[in-house]
Design a protein around this ligand. Structure first.
Ligand SMILES: O=C(O)C[C@@H](Cc1ccccc1)[C@H](O)SCc1ccccc1
Ligand SMILES: [Zn+2]
Length: 169
C-alpha cells in the first residue's frame, strides 16, 4: 500500500512525465495504486498522489455493482462534449473538503492499458468527472484550482491543518 500525499505538497503541482515503455515495475505500481485506492476508499487515484510523477491513473468504474478496475498509462482527453455537468468533488489529497466543479459531461479518453494495448472509450456521468479529475492530477491541477481564491485558500489552510494533525499521529 502506498501513502497518499496531502495538499499542500509541491509534488502535487508538478506536470507528470509520460510513461516511456511499460515495465513490470510500472505494472506493480499500478496494482499498488489500485490497492491504495480501494483502501482509501476512492474511485480514482493518480500516480502523483503517491509521489510518482508519471502519467498513470487508476479508476474503478463500478458497473452495476461489479468492480471494473482500470489502469491507464498516458491517458489523454481526445474530445469532450459542449454539454457540462456539475458534481460535488472531493480529493484523497485534500481530505474532507468538497466543492462543486463543472466539467464537460462526456469525454473520449485514449490510453495504453496494462497489456500495452492502445484503448479508447467514452465516459459519462460520475466516470467522466472522475477521469477528468485524475488527468488533471497529471497536470498538477487540483479541483480547488477551479474555485475562487478565497475558497481555495480556506481549503488549503484546512488541508494543511489535517496534514499537521495526521503527521503528529
Ligand atoms: O483524489 C482522487 O483523485 C480520488 C477522487 C476521485 C474523484 C473525485 C471527485 C469525483 C469523482 C472521483 C475521490 O476522492 S474518490 C472518492 C469518491 C468516491 C465516490 C464518489 C466520489 C468521490
Ligand atoms: Zn484527487
Amino acid at each position: 500500500k502506498k501513502t497518499i500525499l496531502i495538499h499542500p505538497d509541491p509534488r502535487l503541482k508538478k506536470i507528470c512525465e509520460p510513461v516511456p515503455d511499460l515495465s513490470d515495475e510500472l505494472r506493480t505500481l499500478a496494482e499498488d495504486m489500485l490497492e491504495s485506492m480501494y483502501d482509501a476508499p476512492g474511485i480514482g487515484l493518480a500516480a502523483p498522489q503517491v509521489g510518482v510523477l508519471s502519467r498513470l491513473i487508476v479508476m474503478d468504474c463500478i458497473k452495476d455493482g461489479t468492480p471494473e478496475p482500470m489502469v491507464m498509462f498516458n491517458p489523454e482527453v481526445l474530445g469532450s462534449s459542449d454539454e457540462l455537468n456539475t458534481y460535488e468533488e472531493g480529493c484523497l489529497s485534500i481530505p474532507e473538503q468538497f466543492a462543486e466543479v463543472t466539467r464537460p459531461a462526456d469525454v473520449r479518453v485514449g490510453w495504453i492499458d496494462m497489456d500495452g494495448n492502445p484503448q479508447e472509450r467514452d465516459f459519462g456521468g460520475l466516470w467522466a468527472t472522475c477521469v477528468q479529475h485524475e488527468i488533471d492530477h497529471l497536470q498538477g491541477k487540483l479541483f480547488i484550482d477551479y474555485l475562487g481564491p478565497m475558497k481555495r485558500q480556506m481549503m488549503t489552510r484546512r488541508s494543511a491543518k489535517m496534514k499537521r494533525e495526521r503527521a503528529r499521529g
